[in-house]
Design a protein around this ligand. Structure first.
Ligand code: PXP
Length: 235
């Protein structure tokens, strides 16, 4: 399995202080590179609540890792794709009030006109096009019909305190189903050190995408070191 790391939450922390430079994201991209991360993911949201346009421009310029742009299907985002030309796109639903992406995209509800426009841009620039879908065969089949080359199966239910066998089975079946349709199969949302084990048919998965856990866990992996250094400096 390849590993995609979503660095949006670094921007969230940066933004909390009203900073706007991309230095922290560049640092994160370099750490990802050092650790042989395969894909660097950012979600440029309509409300720009974490990653900003300039971050994407800078990351595209300096990142030695291919970029996966998560985005809603809008005219504005298609324009940005034309300009940035990321290696991968993952279409996600977007709702201003949500804390994070809450569910998969409903492919049937996508604007056909906008989809055709994005599809043509992807063909022209050889960009892989993925749909973030719930573990639902109808949506996976629809993604295949529309011409997506990839689906990312929503694994959010694996984050529940008590992971149900039914949910594990749903995800396992969806991965197999998408794989059998010759789609590239990715998985993501809510994944962490512990629940990756529930991805039973890992061999069929091309890439897992992880964001929040990586940043949250990193705080506790480093908090000790940072405080100890401060204590040394202030002694
Ligand atoms: N995959 C997709 C399509 C997402 O929208 C997100 C959240 O931005 C992730 C993966 C990562 O989810 P998490 O932050 O829970 O690891």
């Amino acid at each position: 399995m390849k590993l995609g790391i979503n660095i949006d939450h670094i921007a969230t922390i940066r933004n909390a202080r009203g900073y706007s430079d991309s230095v922290s994201l560049i640092r994160a991209a370099k750490i990802c590179k050092k650790n042989k991360v395969d894909i660097l993911t950012v979600h440029l949201r309509e409300d720009r609540r974490h990653i900003k346009d300039n971050d994407l421009i800078v990351l595209k310029k300096i990142s030695k890792i291919p970029i996966n742009l998560e985005m809603a299907l809008t005219q504005e985002m298609i324009g940005i794709v034309r300009k940035i030309k990321p290696s991968y796109i993952c279409l996600v639903p977007e709702n201003r009030k949500e804390i994070t992406t809450e569910g998969g995209v409903n492919i049937k509800k996508l604007s056909k006109k906008l989809f055709k426009s994005l599809y043509d841009v992807c063909l022209k620039y050889n960009i892989s096009l993925s749909a973030f879908v719930d573990p639902n065969k109808k949506q996976i089949l629809m993604a295949k019909k529309y011409g997506f080359d990839t689906v990312e199966i929503h694994t959010g239910s694996l984050e529940d305190k008590k992971v149900s066998k039914k949910e594990i089975q749903k995800i396992t079946n969806s991965i197999q189903f998408a794989y059998n349709l010759n789609l590239i199969v990715n998985a993501g949302h809510g994944l962490n050190f512990n629940n990756i084990k529930y991805l039973k048919n890992k061999k069929l998965i091309n890439t897992i995408h992880i964001g929040h856990f990586v940043i949250f866990e990193s705080i506790f992996t480093s908090l000790d070191k940072v405080i100890a250094k401060l204590k040394r400096i202030t002694r």
